[in-house]
Design a binder for this molecule. Sequence first.
Ligand code: ATP
Ligand code: MG
Length: 635
Amino acid sequence: MSNYHIKHLEEYFQVYRKSVRNPEEFWEEVAEEHFVWRKKWDSVLDWDFSKPEIKWFDGAQLNITENCIDRHLHIRGNKTAILFEPNDPKEPAEHITYRQLHERVCKFANVLKDNGVEKGDRVVIYLPMIPELAISVLACARVGAIHSVVFAGFSSTALATRINDCDAKMVLTSDGSYRGAKTIDLKGIVDEALAQCPGVKSVLVAKRTGAKIHMEKGRDQWLQPLLDKAYSDYPAEIMDAEDPLFILYTSGSTGRPKGMMHTTAGYMVYTAFTFKNVFQYREEDVYWCTADVGWITGHSYIVYGPLANGATTVMFEGVPSYPDFGRFWEVVQKHKVTQFYTAPTAIRALAKENLEFVDKYDLSSLKVLGTVGEPINEEAWHWYNDHVGEKKCPIVDTWWQTETGGILISPIPFSTPTKPTYATLPMPGVQPALMDENGKEIKGNQVDGRLCIKFPWPSIARTIWGDHQRYKDTYFSAFEGKYFTGDGALRDEVGYYRITGRVDDVIIVSGHNLGTAPIEDAINEHPAVAESAIVGFPHDIKGNALYGYVILKETGESRDRDNLKKEINQMITEHIGPIAKLDKIQFVPGLPKTRSGKIMRRILRKIASKDTSNLGDISTLLNPEVVEKIIEEAL
Ligand code: ATP
Ligand code: MG
C-alpha cells in the first residue's frame, strides 16, 4: 500500500480519479501490496446490484489472521500489538506483542476446535473490552468460524435474539465485567438468554471479576485451564475470498436488528487501506479508538484495520467518566497516544464538564482526532478542536455504517482541509450520488438529497444473514442500481459532503424539507443547552410541526423556562429561519439512547404524537428509565 499512502490534496484527487476510472485496477494494486495470499484471485470484481450479488477477489485464498499477525512476526514480533488499558487506572496496562498475540490466538483456536467448532460455524462473543475479546475474534477467523460479537451491554433478550438469529452453537463470555464503579454479572445475563437458545451446546467463560457464578454442567467450562493445556501453534484455515468472516447486528436505532454479513478478502483490503489513510498511520504510532469491539467501529478500526497494518492498538475497558471525567486524557498522556477516535456523544458529555479535566494533561502526542457514529454538531467540533487537539490536529469526521464495513466519506488528514460538521470527501473507490424523491440523481454542487453509492467498494456487506430479500429491499430497491444508505446529505459549493441525518429524520413542515441536524445544531449553540432532539408531529395546517426535546446544562436549570423557549426559537430563526421554529419545547433530564449513544428518535416521535401504547423494541436502550419521565411530562 505504500503507493497509496495519500499525503496531499492533489495526490488524493489523482488517486481518487484513478480509482473511479478503473476501480478494478486500483483495488488490485492495493491488494497486491503488503498482503499475504495463499492464492491470488481469478477476477477482481463481479457485481450486480439488482440481485444484489457482489464478489471481490473471487478465487483468491487467504486467512485474515495471517495478514493481521503472522506476517508481522519477523519484523514486529516484539512490537506491542494490543495495549490493554484496564477499567481501574491502578491496575497496570498490558502490552501484548505480536508474538504473544500469535501464541494466544493459536491456543484459543485450538480450544475452539477441540470443543467442536468447525469452519462456517457461528460463535457468539459476549465479552467485555478485555484482550480475550479481540483474541477470540481472531481465533474464530483463524479456524474459519463466523464470529458474531454482541455488545456486552445488551440485555439477555437482545442477546438471545441474536444467538438464535444466527444459530450459534457456542457462546464466549466472562464471569463479569467492570464498567466504571460498577460490576456487571455478564454470566448471569448469558444464563438467562440461553434458557431461550437450545442450539448453544458450549459456553466458554473467561475470568475477569472473580465473581461467584453458576456453571452449567455439560455446557459451561472455564476458558483459562483449556488455554493452558492448548498447543501454541495453529495452522490457519485457508479461506476463500468470499467466505463469511463475521455477522454483526446493526445497533438497532431504527427497528429489528439486521445481521450484516461481511466476507474475508475485500473487508481486509478495504479496512487496512482506510485505516492507513484516514489516520495517516505511521509505524511508531499508538492508535486509540474508544469504541467497543461490539460495534463495527471496533471490528474494523480496533482489531482488523490496525492489526493488518502492524499497528499498536489500544483497547480500553473503562468509561470516560471513571474515576473522573479526565480519564480519556489521562490515558492519552500515559500511552502517548497519537490518533484518538471517538464518538460525538462522548465529546458532548465531556464538553459539559469542567475544562480542568482536559487542561491538566499533556496531550502533545496527539496528531489526528476522529469522530464517528452520528453527525457532530459545531459546538462539539470546536470544543474537540480547541481543547483536545489544541487546534493542531485535523479532525476526521468519518461517515460510514455497519453495512459499509469501513469508512466511506472522511477527510484525509493533512490533505483535505477540514470543515466543521462536514465528512468532506469520499474515499478512493467510493462513488456517492445524491438522489431526489423521484429517483433522479441530483448533479452539481450546493444541493442536497438522499445519499446513495453507485459502485461497490470492497467491504460492502454481502447480505443480511438468513434474509437476502430484506437485504435487497432495504438497500437496493429504493433507487435502481444503487446502494441506498438511508441517510440524507448535502454537497456544498466545493463538493464536500455533510451528512444531515437519516432520511426519515427529515421532516416536511408546510412543504419545506427540514433536516433535524441543523436545527439541533442551532439549539445547541444556546449557552444553557446541553443537547437536544427534534422530531415531527402531525399538525392540521402545516402537515407536520416540530417538537423539541431539550436537555439543559446545569447553568440553565435555574433559568425561567418561558424565556428559554423564546430564546431557543430566536436562535433557530437566526440560524435557519422562522419556518424551523418549534411548536413545542419540552425540557427533559435525558434522551433515550441506544447503547452506542444514538438517540432513538422513533420513541420521541411516538411521544410527540401522543401514541405511547406500543413503543416497540426498546431492549437496546441505554436508559429506559428516561422514557417514563419524558412520557410523564410530555406536552
Ligand atoms: P440501525 O441501522 O439498526 O438503525 P444504526 O444505523 O445506528 O442502526 P450503525 O451502522 O452503527 O447503526 O450507524 C450508521 C449510521 O450512523 C449512519 O447511517 C449515519 O446515520 C450515522 N453516522 C455514522 N457516522 C456518521 C458521521 N460521521 N456523520 C453523520 N452520521 C453518521
Ligand atoms: Mg443504519
